[in-house]
Design a protein around this ligand. Structure first.
Ligand code: HEC
Length: 182
């Protein structure tokens, strides 16, 4: 008798498991659900996007400060790219991507989110700041006078910092080229 109960349990468990696996693979193959099924991927995409915005922005300031020759076409192309990336950035904020733990950060600081929970609490403000910064970058990219482009590059820098002050944690990023102050 005991043997039969044991086998019955094993059968139910096997069917249950197969059902779970099937449901999961269906969800994972559904387009548009990456925030639900692969939050770590969405977080990685968000951080890589911001990292790229940062590197393009460094190029702009190095050009303005005379470390590189100021190439008006290259500068405008980078601003155009920053504008598009800033527009896309807030769309990578599924609530599941608020990923952080002390252990995960100690193991790999580049795998956890640097965003503050304020992002989700003050979503409209956050979204608006991203759009405004995107618009500044766009205007800078289409300005005909270099002086106006440079003025807007400086304005954009203030918008980067204002958003970071409110919505980003002041911790190390885990990326060599960018270390936020403690
Ligand atoms: C609307 C708010 C907002 C704006 C505007 C913004 N950022 Fe960010 N930035 C963030 C947040 C939030 C993070 C943390 C993202 C995360 O880890 O989840 C971040 C992260 C970063 C990082 C670290 C990337 C990494 O993970 O290694 C860099 C570099 C950066 N931003 C540069 C910039 C620059 C340069 C600008 C302006 C051209 C800018 N940001 C504009 C909110 C913003």
């Amino acid at each position: 008798m005991r043997k039969w109960i044991g086998l019955g349990f094993a059968f139910v468990a096997a069917v249950g498991l197969a059902g779970t696996v099937k449901a999961q693979s269906t969800a994972e193959s559904a387009a548009g659900l990456t925030g639900e099924t692969k939050p770590q991927d969405m977080l990685d995409a968000r951080r890589i996007l911001m990292d790229t915005i940062g590197r393009n922005n460094d190029f702009l300031h190095d050009s303005v400060d005379g470390h590189f020759e100021f190439d008006p076409v290259e500068v405008r192309a980078r601003l155009d790219a920053i504008s598009s990336m800033l527009l896309a950035f807030p769309h990578l904020y599924h609530p599941n991507t608020n990923i952080w733990s002390e252990e995960a950060e100690a193991a790999d600081a580049s795998s956890v989110s640097l965003s503050l929970p304020t992002v989700w609490e003050r979503w409209v403000d956050f979204y608006l700041m991203a759009q405004q910064a995107s618009e500044t970058a766009l205007q800078a990219s289409i300005a005909t006078e270099d002086a106006r482009t440079i003025e807007l590059i400086n304005e954009l820098e203030m918008q980067c910092e204002a958003c970071h002050d409110t919505f980003r944690q002041h911790r190390v990023s885990g990326r060599e080229e960018f270390q936020t102050p403690e």
